[in-house]
Design a protein around this ligand. Structure first.
Ligand code: HEM
Length: 400
């Protein structure tokens, strides 16, 4: 809390302050919202966390911050669920994970080039630009909705979305328990409801357009079609509220992460001109002048893929996996961490550990020429709850 107030936060700083303990013990404990939690970098424990979902279930919103704006906006969904509930959500979301509607990326990618050309060598705030770009792409790829924030960031949809995200990301809101003050709570819930209603309308419209025989292959459409699959029994279907929760979580899981990843990638390429040159040469030789390349062509960009992996190692957009809770006591070295303790596998610490990586602070894409040690690179998570690896293609598409 003190580090937030003194602007001394950040995962790099947390890691540096506690490096000695992370490297020695692979675990530290922190006091958060009235309880002790553990942050873990020990690769053996982290592997167990990823593989044994029964022993390390995810901690749900109602257990962390009951009746909060988080719960109201995200509810139960494919990210925030365990066991059979997760399987039910995942079954419906799987087609959306496996089919990348690349034709939907092209239009916005070309629009970005247009907008950038008009910038005319003036300085731009890259992070803000990438946030707007990835919001537009996710709206289109997710549910064929054009937020149009690249061109008009003050429209009602963008402001409604951004207001809720800023609120949910504000550390003061959750750490200072501002949600317990009735007046603030009401204000916040009103904003969340407005965004929830927007998502509900999108689902209704999508159902209508599917019934009218229109189709464009976006993620919501794939999910709705999966719900209609006759192989899925009625009690395995997702309700409209559950679909809405999944839209909300897709947006939050996909928007900031990709914007952060693209911003740090551009930064790294700007300061490593030799790598930039190699990436440019590879793109030109593989794709030439083709402004709308295929999935296969993107997948052939081997060096760019290595650069992206190294970028995600140095600056993982999720510095930690979601909070898990110990279902049983955990013995580690001389410690016993009691059942019920919330734990966070700390990816930033794992990705920067000198025990797992040679010269961890250096930007060396070539280290990904060969297979790396399992569970030392966890930018997309690990085990059954990981984001499918093929999402690296999303970044290649966005970068291109
Ligand atoms: C650079 C981009 C991204 C990064 C670094 C990233 C990272 C991650 C990580 C670390 C996890 C595992 C979380 C855990 O186990 O606690 C995860 C899961 C997930 N991500 Fe992403 N993500 C990215 C982009 C996206 C996008 C674009 C979407 C959706 C449109 C998305 C949707 C999801 C979902 C739904 C899960 C949960 C899977 C499950 O539990 O079955 N992510 N992601």
């Amino acid at each position: 809390m003190l580090s937030v107030l003194t602007n001394n936060g950040g995962n790099d700083k947390l890691y540096l302050r506690c490096k000695e303990y992370f490297e020695r013990d692979g675990v530290i404990k922190l006091f958060f919202r009235g309880r002790w939690i553990c942050m873990i970098t020990d690769p053996v424990i982290v592997k167990e966390v990823c593989l044994r979902t029964d022993a390390f279930p995810k901690l749900m919103f109602d257990e962390i911050i009951p009746n909060s704006a988080f719960e109201r906006h995200f509810g139960v969904n494919v990210v925030h669920s365990n066991d059979d509930v997760w399987k039910r959500h995942r079954r419906v979301c799987n087609p959306a994970f496996k089919t990348l509607p690349i034709h939907l990326f092209d239009k916005k990618g070309l629009k970005l080039i247009d907008v950038l050309e008009k910038v005319d060598n003036k300085p731009i705030e890259v992070r803000d630009f990438m946030q707007r770009f990835t919001l537009d792409i996710l709206g289109i790829v997710g549910f064929n909705f054009d937020f149009n924030s690249l061109e008009d960031q003050n429209n009602i949809y963008v402001t409604t979305y951004n207001e809720v995200q800023e609120l949910l990301k504000n550390p003061f809101y959750s750490i200072l328990h501002l949600d317990r003050i009735p007046f603030i709570k009401q204000l916040v819930f009103r904003k969340v409801d407005k965004l929830n209603n927007l998502f509900e309308d999108i689902i209704k419209e999508k159902r209508k357009s599917l019934a009218a025989g229109h189709s464009n292959g976006d993620l919501l459409e794939l999910m709705l079609k999966a719900c209609e699959n006759p192989d899925i029994s009625n009690n395995q279907m997702l309700s409209d509220t559950e679909l809405r929760n999944n839209l909300a979580v897709f947006m939050v899981a996909g928007h900031d992460t990709t914007a952060v990843a693209l911003s740090s990638l551009l930064y790294l390429l700007a300061i490593h001109k030799d790598v930039q040159k190699k990436v440019r040469e590879e793109i030109l030789s593989e794709l030439g002048d083709n402004l709308t390349p295929s999935v296969e062509q993107h997948a052939s960009l081997k060096y760019l893929t290595m650069v992206i992996r190294e970028n995600l190692r140095l600056y993982p957009p999720f510095a930690g996996l979601q909070v898990r809770v110990l279902a049983e006591d955990l013995k580690h070295k001389d410690f016993l961490i009691p059942a019920g303790t919330p734990i966070i596998p700390f990816l930033y610490g794992i990705h920067h550990s000198p025990k797992l990586w040679k010269n961890p602070e250096e930007f060396l894409p070539e280290r990904f020429e060969n297979e790396h040690e399992n569970y030392s690179w966890l930018a997309f998570g690990g085990g059954s709850r990981m984001l499918v690896e093929f999402f690296i293609l999303v970044l290649i598409f966005l970068f291109w």
